[in-house]
Design a protein around this ligand. Structure first.
Ligand code: ADP
Length: 786
């Protein structure tokens, strides 16, 4: 315990003055100036104590720390404005015991403590340690001048050393005060060691961060610099304004486009990227194209439906002749949709040969309900990406056909025709039909994602309609989703009517003609149908009529007042010689020649089947590019015949003497399937028994080894084809009876349908048994719908 002293107090803000330290202080507060005045009277001694809070203006005792520094004032200088600058030197620490006076200045009683001066080995070690640390610290921090270390090293007294080091460190007031408050040099050194340690760690960290920041800065600076250079280059090249205008333009469009949230985010992001890119960069072109696509899609544009069924009916009738069942079905379909007010439901699939009006029906539906119409063909599509688009990482990537169609429609609820769903192929690039499934699935298609567009598009308002030529080539899962409507083809009568009411008026209009300048009589039309076309639909018919119209148009231009009546006798001038021989496949009853009928994707076709016997060893020779199933069918027919030689009146050992040659001419028709079995058997029996075949009879049906006749497909098309060719009688499997019911009245009236279950019923009708008149007496199950 030392002696007590009474001292005036100078409260300090934000500084601590350690003993042995000399420094300037600026004094401005009134009480402080009074304290200075007092000190000048008593040996220039004053107590310097730090305030706990620098912000307090009139500190009381509790606002001050309780340990301060006794100091001498060495100089005083009056500054302008009443502030006094003093130079002080710290002498020693002192603890405030109590306040003696507060006015006119603070006067306290202090306990004047003598500094411990012990030096033992532990102290020595501690001192060295702190000194070493300080040295390291100086190296690291670079804030403290190097000569400080030299001065510090000369201090021998540990307490003093601690004070000097503490005064050089950048420490918080509280930390410095802790050191000041430690009267024991040992404690002081310990605190210091701890503080320097922590400070070093922080410095290390700062250094690391500093380095990182510098690197980053360098990089940013470099980029900035380069970008500025690029900008300057663009400016020189006059591109800058253009790009800014482009970006602004896009921004405006994005604001106007009413994109869904996701799409808008995407657009803005891409635009930001574009902005940062030099305009000529390859990537910029990609982004520009992408933005164009995104903005051109009808995200929120749609048309109002008209669902007045009478109007719909009227329009369908206006556009198409006949097709009553089909139109009825379409109207029903729309009625259901109108009632349920939703689009979910099966998708219409129009199935039939080319030229029967599938596409134009779909177009007509769109017109009737006042929707936009788009059509894409799926024929030959083999890659999923054609449906769903390519990712933008591919060079020249584009959206798939669905999105392309939507853009073309400029409406999010068009009638969307997917043509030829049966012509899709499948290969290693993925199955397009599964992508199509997703498009058509009402549960999924409200978030259809195209690989290119990347953000989902809502297809749920689209009315999809599909078409196909062949039901059997449609992938089953797709077919399950769809409601099939069949259009088997037209009869001659219907074709003539279609030509009169639709095709001719249409062609006249397209060629700028009136019905006065061209007349085509009904008889002539029939002639064109028979001898210039052979088809289930009316596509070629329309083409022929277009030829006539074009030629007429030329004449009209050359000679005013021209009008033309096309007749049978002048027809060849316009269309050239007849292209097809109308009528039967064969002109006479011949041995070994049977008229079969084949189903093809373009409708039905007649098929002549010829059999000749040759000396040989029972070989079966098949020519005419017959498919495997058809060849097997021929084998089955032969086996049947061999098992029935007696009943058929054929020499038992015919196959030891003869080879049988079956030939099916007419190159364009694919020849496969089992449905020619009956016809081949009949031709073989005719050849073996040398009985001619009735050339007015056509036939179709599969044959078993026992001679049973099994049902076949495509019967409607086959009947229409036979009718077109002037066949009067057609032999059909009993089980196909239901198909006959769907044949138009006027065809049924003109043909006889013979429904059979067994080969035995075929022969009496097909073979001319001696006398021609005998053909009528037969055991066949005669169908009398005609
Ligand atoms: P598809 O799509 O079945 O191949 P299209 O729809 O292209 O056939 O029809 C070919 C042409 O025949 C079109 O000009 C169409 O208007 C016309 N057409 C087909 N059927 C009819 C019909 N029943 N009434 C009027 N025109 C028809």
């Amino acid at each position: 315990m030392g002696e007590h002293m009474e001292l005036p107090v100078l409260p300090l803000r934000g500084v601590i003055v350690f003993p042995h330290l000399v420094l300037h202080l600026d004094v401005g507060r009134e009480r402080s100036i009074k304290a200075l005045d007092e000190a000048m009277l008593q040996d220039n001694i004053i107590l310097l104590v730090a305030q706990k809070e620098a912000g307090v203006d009139d500190p009381e005792l509790e606002d001050l720390f309780d340990v301060g520094t006794v100091a001498t004032i060495k100089q005083m200088l009056k500054l302008p404005g009443g502030t006094i600058r003093i130079l002080v030197e710290g002498i020693k620490r002192a603890r405030i015991e109590k306040v003696l006076e507060m006015e006119p200045y603070m006067k306290v009683l202090v306990d004047d403590v003598e500094e411990e001066k012990s030096r033992h080995s532990e102290m020595e070690a501690l001192t060295r340690h702190v000194l070493h640390q300080f040295e390291q610290h100086i190296k690291l921090s670079k804030k403290i001048p190097a000569d400080v270390l030299a001065n510090v090293s000369n201090i021998t007294e540990p307490g003093r050393l601690a004070d000097v080091i503490a005064s050089h460190l950048t420490l918080k007031i509280e930390q410095k005060q802790d050191i000041l408050a430690a009267f024991s040099p040992k404690v002081r050194l310990e605190i210091l060691a701890e503080l320097i340690n922590r400070e070093m760690e922080i410095l290390e960290l700062e250094k690391k961060i500093g380095m990182r920041v510098r690197k980053q800065m360098e990089k940013t600076q470099k980029e900035y610099y380069l970008r500025e250079q690029v900008k300057a280059i663009h400016k020189e090249l006059g591109e800058e304004d253009e790009r800014a205008a482009e970006v602004d333009d896009f921004r405006e469009k994005i604001a106007e486009a009413q994109l869904p949230e996701d799409a808008e985010k995407k657009a803005v992001k891409e635009l930001d990227r574009l902005e940062k890119m030099p305009p000529a960069a390859a990537e910029a072109v990609v982004i520009r194209t992408y933005l164009d696509w995104l903005l051109e899609l009808p995200w929120s544009t749609q048309t109002e439906d008209r669902l007045e069924l009478r109007e719909v009916e009227r329009i369908l009738d206006e556009d198409h002749y006949g097709l009553e069942k089909v139109k009825e079905r379409i109207v029903e379909y729309l009625a259901v949709r109108r009632l349920t007010r939703k689009i979910k439901g099966p998708i219409l699939c129009l199935i039939g040969p080319p030229g029967v009006g599938k596409t134009s029906l779909a177009r007509s539906i769109a017109r009737a309900i006042e929707r936009k119409f788009v059509r894409i063909s799926l024929g030959g599509v083999r890659d999923e990406a054609e449906i769903r688009g390519h990712r933008r990482t591919y060079v020249g990537a584009l959206p798939g056909r669905i999105i392309q169609g939507i853009r073309q429609a400029k409406s999010r609820n068009p009638v969307f025709l997917l043509d030829e769903v049966d012509k899709m192929a499948m290969d290693f690039r993925g199955d397009p039909s599964s992508a199509l499934l997703e498009v058509l699935d009402p549960e999924q298609n409200n978030t259809f994602s195209d690989h290119y567009i990347e953000t989902p598009f809502d297809l749920s308002q689209v009315m999809f309609i599909t078409t196909a030529n062949n039901r059997y080539n449609i992938p089953q899962p797709l077919l399950d989703r769809m409601e099939a409507i069949y259009l088997p083809g037209y009869t001659e009568e219907e074709k003539v009517k279609i030509a009169q009411h639709h095709l001719i008026p249409k062609q006249l209009e397209e060629n700028g003609l009136t019905d006065k300048s061209l007349r085509v009589s009904e008889g002539t039309l029939r002639h064109i149908v028979r001898e210039y076309t052979r088809e289930a639909g009316v596509r070629n018919l329309e083409r022929e009529l277009a030829v006539i119209c074009r030629k007429t148009a030329r004449e009209v231009v050359q000679k005013s007042n021209y009008h033309l009546t096309v007749t049978r006798s002048n027809l060849h001038k316009y269309l050239g010689p007849p292209r097809y021989r109308f009528g039967l496949a064969e002109k006479n009853n011949e041995v070994g020649v049977v008229t079969g009928v084949a189903w093809t994707e373009t409708g039905g076709e007649l098929l002549a089947i010829e059999v000749t016997l040759m000396k040989g060893k029972g070989k079966l020779i098949l020519t005419g590019k017959l498919g495997d199933v058809m060849q097997e069918s021929a084998q089955a027919a032969l086996s049947y015949i061999r098992s029935r030689v007696n009943a058929l009146g054929i020499s038992e050992n015919f196959y030891e003497e003869y080879d049988l040659h079956i030939h099916v001419p007419e190159g364009a028709i694919p020849k496969d399937g089992p449905s020619a079995g009956v016809a081949m058997a009949t031709a073989m029996i005719s050849a073996l028994t040398r009985t001619p075949v009735n050339h007015f009879v056509a036939m179709t049906g599969e044959i078993t080894l026992r001679g049973r006749v099994l049902p076949v497909g495509g019967v409607k098309e086959k009947i229409l084809a036979a009718h077109r060719a002037g066949i009067k009688t057609i032999i059909l499997p009993q089980d196909n009876k239901k198909d006959v019911a769907e044949i138009p009245q006027n065809v049924r009236r003109r043909m006889e349908f013979v429904l059979v279950e067994h080969m035995d019923q075929v022969l009496p009708r097909a073979l001319m048994q001696g006398d021609e008149n005998e053909t009528k007496k037969s055991g066949a199950n005669k169908n009398s719908q005609g």
